[in-house]
Design a protein around this ligand. Structure first.
Ligand code: NAD
Length: 246
């Protein structure tokens, strides 16, 4: 196959720049086009086979509609979507192949897998908390990866993300309930992304931690996802599908 032409959206951003470096280092793909705020999306789409997006969730609905119109598969790395925006992406995936992943690193996807295993082995006597830390420019909270970790814990323990998640604690909050899953977001410096899942029992505690020290790991994973996605049927995939972990 000839070189895969990738449209990089958010090309001036931290992740956009890392994706451009990753595409340039990959012999089977090339940058077909790149856009940032104010550039024409349709012209750029016409020059590309697949899109890698790391921008803002405010842009996601517009991007999904344009990709649907021009039939361009979409690798969506942007996080912080509202429920409505997530639903728009899900609906579009009936007609368009989409990879939506809160985190493209192989290490974090291993953490997802280990978290699912650990919560089942340790059982209901362990309290569950997720802690994340990111750089001081991050716009959304909790991080998409922390949200995904909590979703995995909710799925396995049969509790509700909407009702049983506790975002930070402040003041006279009372004792921790059995069902609640705490989520805590730290911000500072240039931290690329740290995530810890805490399983706290009586007399012992297990902590699973991943620390990213470079954005290149996310960018390389996103390019790998783009190559994988190009000839797939419409559907909503994640990085576990790309890595064959399902
Ligand atoms: P950033 O602020 O450095 O870059 C975002 C870029 O997108 C900016 O250049 C901005 O101008 C551009 N942009 C915003 N709205 C746009 C629009 N409407 N049209 C075109 N361009 C637009 O942010 P970042 O650190 O690169 O992160 C971007 C997103 O990726 C965030 O949602 C972040 O949480 C997410 N992220 C995901 C992963 C992952 O593995 N899934 C990893 C890191 C970051």
């Amino acid at each position: 196959m000839s070189s895969l032409r990738i449209l990089v959206t958010g090309c001036k951003g931290r992740m956009g720049q890392a994706v451009i470096r990753a595409v340039e280092a990959d012999s089977s793909s090339e940058v077909g086009a790149m856009i940032d705020m104010g550039d024409s999306l349709e012209d750029a789409l016409a020059k590309s086979d697949v899109v890698i997006d790391f921008t803002s969730h405010h842009f996601s609905s517009v991007l999904v509609e344009a990709c649907l119109k021009l039939r361009k598969p979409l690798v969506m790395g942007t996080t912080g979507h509202t429920n409505e925006e997530r639903e728009t992406i899900r609906a579009a995936s009936a007609k368009l192949p989409i990879v939506l992943a809160a985190n493209f690193s192989v290490g974090v996807n291993t953490l997802f897998w280990l978290t699912r295993k650990a919560v089942n082995i340790l059982g209901p006597d362990f309290d569950l908390e997720v802690i994340e830390m990111h750089h001081n420019k991050k716009m959304d909270s909790p991080s998409g990866t922390a949200r995904r970790l909590v979703e995995i814990l909710c799925e396995e323990t049969k509790v509700s993300y909407e009702n049983d998640t506790r975002h930070g604690r402040h003041g006279d909050v009372g004792a921790r309930t059995k069902k609640e899953i705490g989520v805590h977001a730290l911000r500072g410096g240039d931290v690329v992304g740290d995530h810890t899942v805490v399983f706290a029992g009586q007399g012992e505690r297990v902590e699973l931690t991943h620390k990213a020290s470079s954005r290149d790991t996310f960018a390389t994973g996103a390019v790998r996802a783009a190559r994988w996605l190009f000839d797939k049927k419409p559907g909503l995939y994640d990085m576990q599908d790309v890595l064959g972990l399902k």
